[in-house]
Ligand binder design. Structure first.
Ligand code: AMP
Length: 415
């Protein structure tokens, strides 16, 4: 592996097991209690002391590990200790959904603390732009932003960022995948020299290590086991012909009393089709995809979060970063485009050590792709028998179906 100049975090003393051991301020502890957080997750145990020491850090951690609180808690704690009307922390994220989600988490943790914050993302109108401008000139403490929109503000010259203490790059791998590399460089060129930088990424490909080299100073590195879905997820698959998929889906949904079910499909056209088909079967379902306006997307997500909507069908835009509590069942209607996506999708269930079920429909064309996922996570996923009324499915023989699967694995479709 390439030398990145990072040092591994050392565990000289046993990791703390309660939030008390971080000696957070009372207002933050009140927020944690209100959120029912009792015990730090492994990433929080490792990252919080490093962040509190003001070291730069690179953390390899997926969504679902508690990474958001790992960086928000020490930042809020510092703000309680030295409050003021200045931009204290900048969090850069790949998507609007993630920006909104972090903003909401922040609202919970900082409920009792004197912390102002705003999520800044594209796709909204002039009124939002004016509000964002106000926040950026008058010094909202924590700014959570997608790159393009933030650059638009920087280009206007009014952003007061001279007192910045922390830069956080969240889901950095996703940002590079989405082509934000130059934008990140541009943003960092606007920032003052002496701030702490924290980089979070679900994967550590060489381009992330390059970014780390460019943006971090002598970072500590932590690694929260990747490439495996959380232990609480029960994973299984159905080996099916395409023609059997819709019947299988309907029979699964009709049998279940689960409050929140998330279905992923590969393209927005398929997502729209599924939405129509399932609505005809009187299933309480809505869809989310890139053709919806931002307000509509937020609305659907809100309904799903507050459980007035039972089933949500989505393209991959939802699979990363979006934090919806207690999804009982995730269904991959198609095998995801790459193995990391599978882990992210399955990560929607069994959040923070609860349990959930993830089912994947595997057609003959996708068998090789699915085998690659099994190889990556290091074990075979149980194959379930189809309901008898659907007839027999194909044999699971990834080797035989190799030719068909080739070339589809790493290619990302526009979603
Ligand atoms: P994240 O990986 O940041 O998206 O967090 C995943 C989920 O775990 C979110 O719903 C958090 O609210 C929840 N969570 C994070 N840390 C804790 C904790 N220490 N105790 C309980 N829930 C947590």
């Amino acid at each position: 592996m390439e030398d990145t100049g990072t040092t591994e975090a050392t565990n000289q003393s046993p990791p703390p097991v309660t939030f008390d051991s971080f000696h957070f301020e009372a207002e933050l502890m009140d927020g944690l209690r209100a959120m029912n957080f009792e015990k730090p997750t492994p990433i929080q145990q490792q990252a919080i002391p490093i962040i509190m020491k003001n070291r730069d850090m690179i953390a390899c951690a997926q969504t679902g590990t508690g990474k958001t609180a790992a960086y928000l808690l020490p930042v809020i704690n510092k703000l309680i200790q030295s409050p003021g009307d200045f931009i204290h922390t900048l969090i850069i994220v790949p998507t609007r959904e993630l920006a909104i989600q972090i903003d909401e988490a922040l609202q919970g943790f900082a409920y009792f603390a004197p912390v102002s914050h705003i999520a800044i993302y594209g796709g909204t109108g002039g009124i939002s732009f004016e509000q964002e401008k106000k926040a950026l000139t008058q010094g909202a403490n924590i700014i959570i932003a997608t790159p393009g929109r933030l650059i638009a503000h920087f280009n206007m010259g009014y952003v007061q960022i001279g007192k910045l203490q922390h830069l956080i790059l969240d889901e950095a791998d996703r940002m590079l995948d989405m082509g934000f590399s130059d934008d990140i460089s541009k943003i960092t060129s606007y920032l003052p020299k002496n701030h702490q930088t924290l980089l979070f990424s679900a994967t550590m490909p060489p381009k992330i290590r390059e970014l780390a080299k460019k943006t971090l100073h002598d970072p500590e590195q932590i690694n929260i086991s990747l490439s495996k879905p959380a232990a609480g997820v029960m994973q299984a698959a159905y080996v099916v012909y395409d023609t059997q998929k819709i019947g299988l889906l309907k029979s699964l949904l009709q049998d279940r009393k689960i409050a929140s079910i998330l279905i992923f499909s590969s393209t927005k056209d398929k997502v729209k089709e599924l939405e129509k088909e399932l609505q005809r079967s009187k299933i309480n379902i809505a869809a989310i995809h890139s053709d919806l306006e931002q307000d509509q997307r937020n609305d659907v997500l809100r309904q799903f979060k507050n459980k007035s909507l039972q089933v949500l069908v989505a393209t991959d835009i939802l699979s990363r970063g979006i934090d919806i509590d207690s999804i009982g069942l995730v269904i991959n209607y198609d095998v995801p485009g790459d193995a990391e996506d599978y882990i992210h999708r399955v990560g929607r269930t069994a959040r923070a050590e609860t349990t959930g079920v993830a089912l994947t429909f595997v057609n003959p064309r996708d068998q090789q792709k699915f085998k690659r996922i099994e190889d990556l996570i290091g074990y075979e996923i149980k194959k379930l028998a189809l309901p008898p009324q659907l007839g027999a499915g194909p044999e699971y023989a990834p080797e035989k179906n190799k030719e068909q699967g080739r070339g589809h694995f790493t290619k990302r479709k526009k979603r």
